[in-house]
Design a protein around this ligand. Sequence first.
Ligand code: JFZ
Length: 430
Amino acid sequence: IFLATLTLALLAPPASAQDDSHMQWWRDARYGMFIHWGLYSIAGGEWKGKDYGKEQGGASAEWLMNSAKISGKEYRGTLARQFNPTEFDAKEWVAIAKDAGMKYIVITSKHHDGFCLFETNATDYNVMQATPFKRDIIRELSEECVNQGLKFGVYYSQFKDWYHRSRGRNAPGTMSNEEYLAMVEKNLDELLSNYGEMSVLWFDTGGNDVIEADRQGARVRELQPNAVICSRLYSRRVPADKRKYADFESLPDRMLPTERMTKDTETCMTMRHNWGYDRNDNHWKSEKDIIEFLALCGARGVNLLLNVGPTPEGRLLPEETERLKAVGQWMKVNGESIYGATYSPVDFDFWWGAMTQKNKTVYLHVLEWKPEGIEFNGIVGNPRKAHFLNDPQRKSLAVTYDAGRHITKIDVPEKAPDFRNTVIAVEYDS
Ligand code: JFZ
């Protein structure tokens, strides 16, 4: 018997402080694919036989140029000529994201190593001119997202660039600061003008110059007024009220939110230790971990941007596609409790899981289960019925009310569906 004393205090979802209708698709989406792919994928976290990946306490694989202190000349000279991912198929990647239940894709267009995965006139250190591949990856992916109905966006490292900028006296860059800033502006104009609708600008960690960040943010608004801009346009040292163009708060990497977020918020998460492909990283999170990330992020009103790090050949790893497909199956059944839902009606979790709410329905994400059942307390409006989302017939579960018309108990048939990662919908009428 699934015993529960369900009385919940229902809070109205956060009213938007301004008319920010361009955010609605993003709030409804809740779940996207992050892609870290570039020259570093060839190295796979190793350099001259040494592993610099997260395994060894180093930074993630896409930080190799910094971790192994590789000069721009040697990094480009060694890796760019090897970059020829002939197995890359945008149609396949987007189909995997779509089948996974993801609604948007954000790919690294230029990471800290300075390499541009798109055609640009601002630097010859790009996929079209510096590699044998000579295909515009950003174009192929953005067009395929339109074909398959996903939103497309780019990660862009606007401040940290170990190739074009100086890293100190012994590691000169190829440009002066002024030249680099001009390159960034040119890159942004190219990304915002040449690839159709750009739905997300996922800047990564601006400098302390708010004026520079505001200029970049204003350019995005001018050229792509419906684009959603990440708070990392600004340095974390810039106070939130000074981040004029930040549309959502990006939590520190891999951080699961611990409380309900009334502001638009996203957390980015790896499936293993590294962001970029690392040939030695076997720390895989499980399908259940990912479902828990979705439930807990949903319970706090936070989007989940889940990362893949494709191989040098241009394929997603079987460990990635297996997890994405399995969680995609869960989303096909339980996605209504995530998409467009907002944070839990209570500001605490239960040992068994957490809750989201949408359209006069509270969704109980039962992640753990004990034979004697689970208890939870709160105060809910007048619940009318409760059912398992994974029950095709959506049979009503027996519900008992107290004198105040609040649910006090949900009786669940002995032969209830598999409780692991189960969602119970409780509909109420006020
Ligand atoms: C940055 C990148 O350095 C990293 O390679 C990866 O792309 C990640 C998604 O973003 O790493 C960060 C940036 C910000 C924080 C932590 C790691 N932070 O604010 O705590």
